[in-house]
Design a protein around this ligand. Sequence first.
Ligand SMILES: C[S@@+](CC[C@H](N)C(=O)[O-])C[C@H]1O[C@@H](n2cnc3c(N)ncnc32)[C@H](O)[C@@H]1O
Length: 289
Amino acid sequence: MPGGIYVDATFGGGGHSRLILEKLGGKGHLYAFDQDEDAKRNTEQQPFSANPSFTFVHSNFRHLKRQLRAEVVRPGTVNGILADLGVSSYQFDTPERGFSYRFEAALDMRMNTQDGQTAADVLNEYDADELQRVFSELGEVRNSKTLAQAAVRLREQKPFRTTGDLLELCGKNLMGERMRYLSQVFQALRMEVNDELGALEDLLKEAYEMLAPGGRLAIITFHSLEDRMVKHFLKTGNVAGEQEKDFYGNITRPFELVTKKPIEPSDEEISQNPRARSAKLRVGQKLEN
Ligand SMILES: C[S@@+](CC[C@H](N)C(=O)[O-])C[C@H]1O[C@@H](n2cnc3c(N)ncnc32)[C@H](O)[C@@H]1O
């Protein structure tokens, strides 16, 4: 909607923001969030640089409400909020960020490199039960208990420092197809390091408050747990999917579902961009309550 207020919660390389600005046609405003300092550099090009319709917010999107208020955007006034979760190709393909098993690098995996624990900290400090939870819940790793216990034994000889140390652990405990196994373990650690499920829950709640009635929330997920959280939230207003009732006992519905089923990439899109293969887009329109 030209003249509207929009939020791109995950700026990354700015692909989505660019398209939103085109649609805005010089009217309205786009606020783009990213917690990664490197993403900010992408705002130095056109159409972002010195664009009065564009503001970059270097912050975790879980602080959406506070950050937008600081920009004098009031709750209940935003027309659309989009999030494209996970890491960007840039982050994934930059060896020193430690997101990928393809490169030897420090085991970092933080999207915001100025804050929080690294993947090495998680592997060196969590106890075996906590590590098992990470591998099993976030990575669906089949032998999560064995892997967690092996990690605790290995770090007694030598603390985890690099992706190579993690590959050594995985190599000794591998189950099934190698690349799939490594992807699951690396993804689990990345999601834990960045508290991705916690941040998503906060974003969903704050997005609802910030949206105007009729405003739309669009979320692209790459993980089944995230997709379930979004699906539940759009139906019930909470990520557990528990039906909520108003004062009179009527079930409250926060959103009209714009997509009854998630939108998934076509075969053609997957062949052009294989990383999109597990993407699911869900969209809801905030109802007047
Ligand atoms: C998949 S990429 C987005 C790509 C973007 N849609 C584009 O068109 O280039 C995800 C981006 O979101 C950022 N991100 C992920 N979780 C975040 C969070 N909780 N707060 C702020 N930024 C986050 C990452 O740093 C990354 O740059």
